[in-house]
Design a protein around this ligand. Sequence first.
Ligand SMILES: [Zn+2]
Length: 241
Amino acid sequence: SIFRFYGGELESWEEMAEEEIRKSNYGGFSGYEEHKNRNRADEVAGKFFKIVAGRLHDLLKENDFDLLLLGGPRQHVDGLHAAIHPDLDQRLAGTFTVDPATTTPANVAEYCEELAAAHDQGHEEALVERLFDTARSGGLAVLGLHRVLEAANQKAVDRVIIQAGRTSPGNQCSACSWLVDHDVASCPACGEDMRKVPDLLDALSDVVRASGGSVSNVLAETPLAEDEVGALLRYAVRVTV
Ligand SMILES: [Zn+2]
């Protein structure tokens, strides 16, 4: 079975087990195993893996997905893994070993949630590491709310990375959306009136998205907790602090 996560729920995406294989004239996979006809079973298994791998690749092309998890008996997982397209391998977030005879969709959901969470955490840690490495080496990155706001005001933020434990209020220009973390009488950029914003990081996220950048919220424990926010930049900006 091919399952997919959709809106936080695991749902059956496609059933393509035995019926499809039988239709393809390759015979029953498990039947051959039972008969201990090793060579024939391996051949059938190889074709089976190719079919499943091909179908997964079609699904990827039809509706792009982010993560792929493979589960089943170890030999099937390894066999299928060996057969998948490099584009699928890139999305492979983990594998798990289960006995299909006793596994329920709820078990599968549990394995998938665990693996996806572990994958996300690793991904977040790597992202924060890249941010710090880039900032430390004087590359295109800034750390701390003040610097990130200045970069965002100059539309230089490619990706803002947020790990904040609290909200900080600030001010935003009602005309050009310029953001500042202190009180000013009028917009430093265009001179229009400023208005209070209760959560600067919220307003920052909107400004970054509006200028074509992306927003990553980090949930894992990382060193970013101290600075709360950092950004990878598109080009160098002048910052005042
Ligand atoms: Zn303004």
